[in-house]
Design a protein around this ligand. Structure first.
Ligand SMILES: NC(=O)c1ccc[n+]([C@@H]2O[C@H](COP(=O)([O-])OP(=O)(O)OC[C@H]3O[C@@H](n4cnc5c(N)ncnc54)[C@H](O)[C@@H]3O)[C@@H](O)[C@H]2O)c1
Length: 458
């Protein structure tokens, strides 16, 4: 039985610019809440799929909402901004803000979209920036919009950062921890806030604070992962089990277990980009952010050590056959942007290894020639196997079949999905991060023991 969705104050005409993970989810979910949504997408391939009612991205539950919204006449797609903006009260900018080499985000898509929307507006319009941007961006977009808008048209730019997680985007939209509305005037904030059901937790603030909330939230999430990886590295040296240590730490409610996970490091389109953006913003203002920087440094180390460990185990990797299972940056998505798995593949190739890959959903074009139709075929003849994404499907692999397919026996399970016992029975040597075979007293313990014994025997 479906629980009815909460309703916003009133149905509103909305325009959404950009039908990617954020824009398409927002468009389909706003339509499900009862709003009338026109979504603009300028990528022809994406648009033609959308016009056929197909989702161009893999996001559980989105296809049903897309279908329902289109059937109900509340959701439509176009490439023409002038077909989507007139008549809308609010336009959401959901375009990409990809990272530049210097850490700052590239805001060209956003500036172009803001200009196009303002030029197409025929009446007063609230423009809400959902893309992740550095503090001050909304003010810049305001100036740009004022310039582009026709006579008598008033554009009010506001910030409404998006916190969805890919693979759970629809659930996250309907059950937000918070909706953040950043506006520098009451009326704009109220218009934007009224699109969301009043029961949902909402924080209203100024635009710069709203923009920084998103950067700071992602930086904290990245920090938790990097901290987990740092502790996992220490576990390997002291002979402790990272899984137990991190579980014990995360059970403290002040800390929490979410994102306290060790593995090949964080990835995806947001975390590295947003931490780098926060650091670059601070740098430009002469502020220091050593904690945020450390999150990035530890992440680079966590990715690199997967291949370092393989080299220690197998010797030089040139000519070795390595299978990598999982390419998406996390399970439940086809997104491979800044994926640790892809970094591992690229590094293996750079070392001269012969690489074969398999991912249940992600099929990145540049790696197409390496991809196999299933995990066993990817493992065929491999000297070693790396599991790089925690897909549930990979946990169900039969270790005996994997072992029979491989020519070697080393399995680096960077995400801890295989059953180590069953794998050992199948003759596989499973290497888990955060776990070591140290069972003797290590050097740090020897002096205190000597002191204690000396004192006891004195
Ligand atoms: N992906 C996430 O999990 C996530 C979560 C929260 C916030 N964000 C932020 O949201 C923003 C969008 O992310 P995304 O992952 O959805 O990006 P995306 O690249 O998947 O989607 C952006 C879409 O915008 C379209 N586009 C760009 N300019 C356009 C224009 N002028 N007119 C029409 N269409 C245009 C592109 O063709 C593309 O389809 C980024 O700033 C990102 O940091 C992303």
């Amino acid at each position: 039985m479906h629980t009815p969705l909460p309703a916003p104050e009133r149905a509103t005409d909305i325009c959404v610019v950009g039908a990617g993970y954020v824009g398409l989810t927002a468009a389909a979910c706003f339509a499900a809440l009862g709003h009338r949504v026109r979504c603009v997408e300028h990528d022809e391939r994406r648009l033609s799929q959308l016009l056929r009612g197909e989702t161009p991205i893999y996001e559980p539950g989105l296809d049903v909402l897309l279908h329902d919204g289109m059937q109900a006449g509340r959701l439509s797609f176009t490439s023409m901004i002038e077909d989507a903006v007139p008549g809308a009260e609010v336009a959401f900018l959901c375009v990409g803000t990809p990272p530049r080499a210097d850490g700052h985000p590239d805001l060209r898509q956003l500036a172009a979209a803001a200009g196009e929307v303002a030029a197409a507006a025929t009446g007063d319009l609230v423009v809400a920036v959902k893309s992740t941007v550095p503090p001050g961006t909304c003010e810049a977009m305001q100036l740009l919009s004022d310039d582009a808008a026709g006579p008598g048209v008033r554009i009010s730019v506001a910030s409404n950062p998006e916190f969805l997680r890919e693979s759970q985007a629809v659930g996250d939209f309907f059950h937000p921890d918070r909706v953040v509305v950043g506006a520098d005037d009451e009326a704009t904030g109220s218009t934007l806030a009224s699109l969301y059901p009043s029961e949902w937790p909402m924080l209203r603030c100024d635009r710069r604070s709203s923009e920084l909330i998103k950067y700071a939230s992602n930086t904290f999430l990245a920090l938790k992962i990097s901290f987990a990886n740092e502790i996992a590295g220490l576990c390997e040296h002291v002979g402790a089990e990272a899984v137990s240590v991190l579980a014990g730490v995360g059970m403290d409610q002040r800390i929490g277990s979410s994102f306290l996970a060790h593995g090949p490091g964080f990835g995806g389109s947001c975390l590295t980009k947003d931490v780098s953006g926060l650091v670059a913003t601070a740098d430009a203002l002469g502020c220091t952010t050593p904690v945020a920087r450390a999150a990035l440094d530890v992440n680079a180390w966590a990715r690199g050590r997967v291949v370092d460990k393989l080299t220690t185990l197998l010797g030089p990797l040139a000519g070795k056959r390595i299978a990598v299972l999982g390419l998406a940056f996390k399970p439940g998505t086809d997104d491979v942007r800044d994926s640790p798995a892809v970094t591992i593949v690229e590094r293996l190739l750079a070392e001269g290894a012969e690489v074969s890959t398999f991912d249940p959903v992600a099929k990145p074009e540049p790696l197409r020639h390496l991809q196999q139709p299933d995990a066993y075929r990817a493992a065929s003849g491999a000297d070693a196997l790396v599991i790089a994404t925690a897909w549930p499907e990979l946990a169900l692999l039969d270790p005996a079949r994997l072992g029979a397919a491989m020519s070697g026996c080393v399995v680096m399970d960077t995400v801890g999905v295989l059953d180590p016992g069953a794998a050992a029975i199948a003759g596989l040597e499973v290497i888990l991060p955060g776990r070591s075979t140290v069972d003797t007293f290590h050097p740090v313990m020897v002096p205190p023991l000597e002191w204690a014994l000396d004192a006891a025997l004195a």
